[in-house]
Design a protein around this ligand. Structure first.
Ligand SMILES: Cc1cc2nc3c(=O)[nH]c(=O)nc-3n(C[C@H](O)[C@H](O)[C@H](O)COP(=O)(O)OP(=O)(O)OC[C@H]3O[C@@H](n4cnc5c(N)ncnc54)[C@H](O)[C@@H]3O)c2cc1C
Ligand code: SF4
Length: 327
């Protein structure tokens, strides 16, 4: 671990000012950042601690939606009464992640910005374009079992690791920020970038731009939602494939569907193809399977991860069955 400066931000404005300095990084729960600093994967010259900011509340919005502060801990968000009742997919996704101890530390902002678990990224002995642009990608011809089948490029095929972000993608969340140029509201669908030839750029945040909160829109009454995560072991493991479903069913037909996948894409992967294949259709296994096929039509398997395509399809079919059978 390299030497670094440390300061505590008292206000959002102060955090943005300090966070904008070259080599600075915000630190929230530290569960991603400190790990990567110990491994010398990240070497910030200054840490700006944002734990003192008053961004730790979950509040209902006048329009029926929800406002989630960036410093709300993952366990608090998962157990919030409104989230459990109205946004079950989010609670389930959060509770499927990490361990209780980690969830007690991990924050909403930090979870959105957590780094990939690609083992070559985390090991400085290997070439990695994300860690060191232009050095190459060890995963392309390496052991790529955990890597992405959607959204990859010749420069990077790392998956995004967050479960929470997959649920938020299906809930059409908006990320709110404050940066050197003022406040911004960014649809989560436009927040993450696919790697292309700049895998080191993972999102649209500018240097020093702080996530202040996330908002979820109100859901129509009768909306049902669910998160299913498939992984190598039942606990304390990242997704090989996961699916988030938010649906409205009336008279046996799907009126509205929002679908996102985890574990298979280079970003939390919303599937408009699956949504189109579902909306207006009856709730049958045949329709669910067609939606799953549409979702994975552009998937590109690598040497070791082709199994993820069928796994993701089955995850979606099962999640749809479980979500709609009670409707
Ligand atoms: C062993 C282990 C298992 C895990 N398993 C899972 C899992 O199964 N599923 C899953 O989804 N996650 C998992 N995680 C990841 C965990 O959810 C994240 O580490 C956590 O959510 C990150 O939040 P944090 O507050 O600790 O972020 P930090 O480590 O503090 O920060 C992460 C990044 O976000 C930036 N940042 C933080 N807050 C802000 C903000 N408000 N504005 C701008 N930038 C900000 C930091 O600068 C840093 O770059 C696991 C982690 C570990 C260590
Ligand atoms: S997949 Fe991405 S993160 Fe992994 S080694 Fe290749 S460039 Fe690095």
């Amino acid at each position: 671990m390299e030497v670094f400066r440390y300061s505590q931000a008292r206000t959002v404005e102060g955090a943005v000012r300090s966070g904008g300095a070259a080599g600075s990084s915000f630190i929230a729960g530290g569960t991603t950042l400190v790990d990567l600093m110990k491994l010398n994967v990240l070497q910030p010259r200054a840490l700006v601690d944002i734990n003192g900011l008053a961004l730790d509340r979950v509040e209902p919005l006048p329009n029926g939606g929800l406002r989630i502060g960036a410093m709300v801990r993952n366990s608090d968000l998962a157990n919030d009464a409104t989230v459990r009742q109205k946004y079950a997919v989010l609670s389930e996704a959060l509770l499927s992640g990490a361990s209780p101890q980690l969830r007690n530390m991990a924050t909403t902002g930090g979870n959105l910005l957590q780094k990939t678990r690609c083992y070559y990224f985390r090991d400085t002995n290997y070439a990695c374009n994300k860690r060191q642009p232009g050095s190459g990608c060890s995963a392309l011809d390496g052991f790529n079992r955990i890597h992405a089948v959607l959204g990859g490029s010749d420069h990077c095929i790392a998956t995004h690791a967050s479960d929470m972000a997959v649920a938020m993608m299906a809930l059409e969340a908006t990320v709110h920020t404050q940066g050197p140029k003022g406040e911004r509201a960014i649809a989560l669908d436009e927040f993450y970038l696919v790697p292309g030839d700049t895998p080191e750029r993972e999102n649209v945040l500018l240097p020093g731009e702080l996530i202040t909160h996330v908002t979820l829109p109100a859901l129509a009454s009768g909306t049902r939602s669910r998160y299913l995560k498939l992984r190598d072991r039942a606990q304390y493991e990242f997704a090989l494939a996961s699916s988030a479903v938010v649906v409205n069913v009336s008279g046996g037909r799907i009126e509205r569907a929002r679908i996102a996948f985890g574990g298979v894409g280079t970003k939390p992967w919303r599937s408009r193809e699956a949504e189109h294949a579902l909306e207006g259709q009856e709730t049958s296994e045949e329709v669910f399977r067609r939606a799953a096929e549409a979702a994975m039509a552009d998937a590109k398997p690598l040497k070791y991860n082709a199994f993820k395509i069928e796994l993701a399809k089955r995850a979606l079919v099962r999640t749809l069955k479980e979500t709609t059978q009670a409707a």
